[in-house]
Design a protein around this ligand. Sequence first.
Ligand code: ADP
Ligand code: MG
Length: 590
Amino acid sequence: MPPAEKHEYQAEVNRLMDLIVHSLYSNKEVFLRELVSNASDALDKLRYLSVTDPDLLKDGPELDIRIQTDKDNGVITITDSGIGMTKQELVESLGTIASSGTAKFLKALKESQEAGVDSNLIGQFGVGFYSAFLVSDKVAVSTKSPKSDKQYVWEGEADSSSYTIREETDPAKLIPRGTRLTLYLKRDDKGFAHPEKIQKLVKNYSQFVSFPIYTWQEKGYTKEVEVDEPVEAKKEGDDEPTTEVKKKTKTVVEKYWDWELTNETQPIWLRNPREVSTEDYNEFYKKTFNEYMDPLASSHFTTEGEVEFRSILYVPATKKEDITDRKTKNIRLYVKRVFISDDFDGELFPRYLSFVKGVVDSNDLPLNVSREILQESRIVRIMRKRLVRKAFDMILGISCSENRDDYERFWENYGKFLKLGCMEDKENHKRIAPLLRFFSSQSNEELISLDEYVENMKPEQKDIYYIAADSLSSAKHAPFLEKLNEKEYEVLFLVDPMDEVSVTNLSSYKDKRFVDISKEDLDLGDKNEEREKEIKQEYSQTCDWIKKHLGDKIARVDISNRLSSSPCVLVAAKFGWSANMERLMRAQSM
Ligand code: ADP
Ligand code: MG
């Protein structure tokens, strides 16, 4: 046997292992979900590559996962026929971790421990493999990549800062392709090596894996056998009974071991929506996108006709922090159930909707679909349109739900994205506008929709009025409001820097123009021209005097009917920037 090479773990891996081995005690069973999901990823990679390189499957066409338990010795083996790892890939994948992820993981872990949460966090940070050490003293990974003609074994122990790699030479242990993990369970965790226990965990955690998972189970069948049975019989005249042997049939159970298919492999999006529960959708979402909160809404649909595809979309409940971060892996594209990619940049979904997550499975795209094909494909354009429409329907559904909190949560998390949509997606203005929310002069610091505004308009009122300000209190105290309050016209308070930009992009809602009440030509439909003329004449000297004294600081001094109690107000020119826009521009140029 060739000697084993000793390797040291990267420092972060050491810290991580230490935490996993010594601090995580609850919910240890997630190790199975993590390891099965790695096996499934490895199978996905192979299946995808084999589309263009069918030779990759020459060592065996089956793509599956097999889990065997040895309860007497407390050993579990998990074997997949996936892409495997070369020696170098072993070192890179199972000895180092992207350190940014680790730092985040360690921080989240610390916080969650304070809050009493558990090992569930592991998968979220791309350190799933090490969860094997939640339950194992020792782990062996024997793996064969189609790129290499050698099979290698990685071995690590729970309390060690190093691992070893050696070549596999035992012919009995060679596998044609893929990876076999052997877990030597800790004394207290040997219970996981029971076949029924593993079966239960697989059913629980891996119901959405799209490759068959087989577990090694003891089975039995009954059969009828003929047995000789001694029967005592006492014949007439005899003193003692005599024993006779008679043939009798008996039912016996024959035991044997065999692989048993343990999961349902039909992808959830292919099932009939009527047969899928909300819990199933939520579970699938959490499993697929590494989320730990149920989504706010989901939508499962099939489109037919010109382009046929199936999809499940979700609106997450968790906040997406960075609005500019668009590389989000939010949509997973499958072609004929083969996972193709989740790395898109606006091709399938506009960027401003990148918070919507989901899966899309199409039969109409080629399996070897590339970025270029995606960008130019007419099919993709149609898909995109439909997906966007469905996403808006789903969001509208949240806004119409009984539960106002849900939409508040949505708006708080994703309002910004919809405002961005007002700028980037003219075509969908009519879908975005009803979803917007604003503060207003009559809503008592609650957000209202444009529909609510329109409903509340006075019969003679033609326009939708707004004022942009840097805070609710400065909006409330703006002198421009006086006249409108007097007439009981509601005024939208645009206090978020993006509000005004979105409203000016929309320019109208339900045929009602958005009108900035701080602009000079505000017409409230109550002009008395005769009287105005008189007053203008009377005060023309006063106006000249003020203009003379303020000079270049202002453009003009005018008589106006806009105020009711304040003596004067500064207004923006009709075609100039509003005061708020000026503030914004100033902030940007700094
Ligand atoms: P993640 O799955 O998020 O990348 P893991 O810690 O679970 O993080 O796994 C680390 C890496 O190890 C994987 O990205 C993959 O490259 C490799 N790996 C783990 N398990 C397997 C497997 N069964 N087959 C092939 N590669 C694997
Ligand atoms: Mg993983």
